[in-house]
Design a binder for this molecule. Structure first.
Ligand code: SAM
Length: 290
């Protein structure tokens, strides 16, 4: 194992030698705890068979550990001032490709095709907090060919991903994650493990993408549309959300009737519905619209 980039002294040395200034708007909190990095690679189950997509390599702390465990690592970094630093810190590795791009504008399907012959890749990242939901939703809803997603996120977001109906954190992200994946909380990580320290605790979570969806529905697009409507205005009843945000073409009376046919109270809120209920609602609406 080569010298670790992630020790506090080495990280400080790299930052100072390159006069690197942390950019808050890119969510730059670098990991400085080597044990956590080893644990992330272990929780992701990375082996020499794997092609790994890393989002936001920073100065390469996690990239280094991934490269030592994987066959190939593709790391996408938005900050161009980090590219020359990465070239230097990772110069001993011939299985890393760095792309200077915004991951939200990156053709992930092309990476999977070109770097892994279309076979599923693993996504591993210490995610910048501001893209957590959009990137997870992109990977899942667009059904990118991904085997698993192991990510460091804010602890509260990890809780949202695992939340159950009626819990405070339950919402559209919980449903998307639980529809496509089995989610496992790997560890809680304290602010002291990062440079600079974030204000809140973080967590590593692994989302194992399932070969089949957890529930069957007649119309997946409608299912997610209804989920988004149901949580669009949390304080409103499901009926009001569907009426005001759903654009479904039903009157309130028709919606009430539809909910009664499902055997539900017309005052039910979206936060009370699980995957099965959203699937039943989708099928009922699809059937009425047919
Ligand atoms: N992986 C490094 C580590 O663990 O020390 C850095 C993690 S830091 C939390 C997030 C990284 O993502 C930063 O390097 C940041 O510049 C990068 N980043 C932010 N937004 C991005 C985007 N839209 N696309 C790609 N990288 C991004």
């Amino acid at each position: 194992m080569a010298e670790r980039i992630s020790t506090p002294s080495k990280t400080k040395e790299i930052i100072e030698a390159n006069r690197f200034a942390f950019k808050k708007n890119f969510g730059q909190n670098f990991l400085i705890d080597s044990n956590i990095l080893d644990n992330i690679a272990a929780c992701a189950g990375v082996t020499k068979e794997d092609c790994v997509l890393e989002i936001g390599p920073g100065i390469g702390s996690l990239t280094q550990v991934l490269a030592e465990n994987a066959r190939q690592v593709v790391a996408v970094e938005i900050d161009n001032t980090l590219i020359p630093i990465l070239k230097q810190t990772l110069e001993d590795y011939d299985n890393i490709e760095i792309l200077n791009q915004d991951i939200l504008k990156t053709d992930i399907d092309a990476i999977i095709r070109e770097k892994n012959g279309g076979r599923p890749i693993k996504v591993v990242a210490n995610l910048p907090y501001y893209i957590t939901t959009p990137i997870i939703m992109d990977l899942l809803e667009n059904e990118r060919h991904v085997d698993s997603i192991t990510v460091m996120v804010q602890k509260e977001v990890a809780e949202r991903m695992q939340a159950r109906p009626k819990e405070k954190e339950y919402g559209a992200l919980s449903i998307a994650v639980q529809y496509y994946c089995d989610a496992k909380l790997d560890m809680i990580v304290q602010p002291a493990c990062f440079m600079p320290r974030p204000k809140v605790a973080s967590a590593v979570i692994t989302l194992k993408v399932l070969p089949e969806r957890k529930v069957k529905t007649a119309d997946e697009k409608l299912f997610f549309h209804l989920v988004k409507c149901a949580f669009g205005q949390r304080r409103k009843t499901l009926m009001n959300c569907l009426f005001h945000l759903g654009n479904l073409g039903f009157s309130k009376e028709e919606l009430a009737e539809l909910l009664e046919e499902l055997g539900w109270d017309t005052r039910v809120r979206g936060e009370a519905l699980g995957l099965e209920e959203f699937a039943a609602l989708t099928d009922k609406i699809a059937q009425k619209k047919a």
